[in-house]
Design a binder for this molecule. Structure first.
Ligand code: GLP
Length: 233
C-alpha cells in the first residue's frame, strides 16, 4: 500500500483526525494493541479522545497500550515523566487497564529493555502506533544515525532534544538518557500514523517529504513500511 500523506488545515483538524483514527480502530478491534506517543503534538488528540469518551462511552477495557519511550532515572511521579503525562492526558480518563511504559527507574535498565520487548511480543505485537516527529527527525527517542533494525534500548539524548524538552524539567537538568523502542520495534507495528505540526518542524517535514531513506533522518525509516499514514498541519 502506498503511504497516505494527508495535510490538515490546522492543529485542531489534525488532532480530530488522529483521534478519529484511534477511536475507530478501537471500535473495530476492541482488543487492539496500541503504540502511544508523548510530546506536545499528540496532546490535542488525547484531549479529543477524552472528550469523546465523556460524551459517548468508548470501551478501552480490552485495549493494550505500549508507550514509545520514557526518561531514565526520573521517578514515575515526576512532573516531567511520560508516566505522569499519560496518566494526566489519557489513562486517568478512560477505562484502559493494560498500559505499559518502560520503567526508567528499573535497577538494570538493559534488563528492563529486554523485558519490554518481551511484553510487546507476549501481547502479540503492536497493531497501530502513533508517532510524533522530533525537530531533528527523531521518532520516539531514536536520534539521527540509529540503525533501522534497532530494538528497545537505553539511549543518550542529543543536546537539541534535551533543549527541546527542558521546559518540562524546571527543577533540574533535563535527563540525558531514556529508554526507547527501537526503529525496528516500531516498524513491526502493523500500522503507523505519524503526526507532525508546527513551525519548528518545517525542516523535518521537508526532509520527510523528500522520501529519501537515510539513517541520518530516523523518520525516513517509515518509507520502508507498508501501512503509514502521515498527518500534517
Ligand atoms: C520527544 C518524544 C518524541 C516526540 C518528540 C516531539 O522527544 N520522545 O516521541 O515525538 O519529543 O515532541 P513534540 O511533539 O513536543 O514536538
Amino acid at each position: 500500500m502506498t503511504p497516505i500523506w494527508e495535510r490538515l488545515p490546522d492543529y485542531n483538524a489534525l488532532s480530530a483526525r488522529a483521534a478519529t483514527i484511534l477511536l475507530e480502530s478501537v471500535r473495530n478491534e476492541p482488543d487492539i494493541v496500541l503504540g502511544l506517543p508523548t510530546g506536545r503534538t499528540p496532546l490535542g488528540m488525547y484531549q479529543r479522545i477524552v472528550a469523546q469518551c465523556a460524551r459517548e462511552y468508548h470501551r478501552f477495557k480490552e485495549v493494550t497500550t505500549f508507550n514509545l519511550d520514557e526518561y531514565a532515572r526520573i521517578p514515575r511521579e515526576h512532573e516531567g515523566s511520560y508516566a505522569t503525562y499519560m496518566r494526566r492526558n489519557l489513562f486517568d480518563h478512560v477505562d484502559v487497564q493494560k498500559t505499559h511504559i518502560p520503567n526508567g527507574m528499573a535497577p538494570d535498565l538493559d534488563e528492563e529493555c529486554t523485558r519490554y520487548e518481551q511484553e510487546i511480543a507476549d501481547a502479540g505485537g503492536i497493531g497501530l502506533t502513533f508517532l510524533g516527529l522530533g525537530r531533528n527527525g527523531h521518532i520516539a527517542f531514536n536520534e539521527p544515525g540509529t540503525p533501522f533494525s534497532s530494538r528497545t534500548r537505553v539511549v543518550e539524548l542529543s543536546e537539541s532534544t534535551r533543549a527541546a524538552n527542558a521546559e518540562f524539567f524546571p527543577d533540574r537538568e533535563p535527563p540525558s538518557q531514556a529508554i526507547t523502542m527501537g526503529i525496528g520495534t516500531i516498524l513491526e507495528s502493523k500500522r503507523i500514523v505519524l503526526l507532525a505540526m508546527g513551525s519548528t518542524k518545517h525542516e523535518a517535514i521537508a526532509r520527510l517529504r523528500s522520501r529519501k531513506v537515510d539513517a541520518s533522518f530516523p523518520a525516513s525509516a517509515l518509507w520502508t513500511h507498508r501501512h503509514v499514514h502521515v498527518l500534517l498541519a
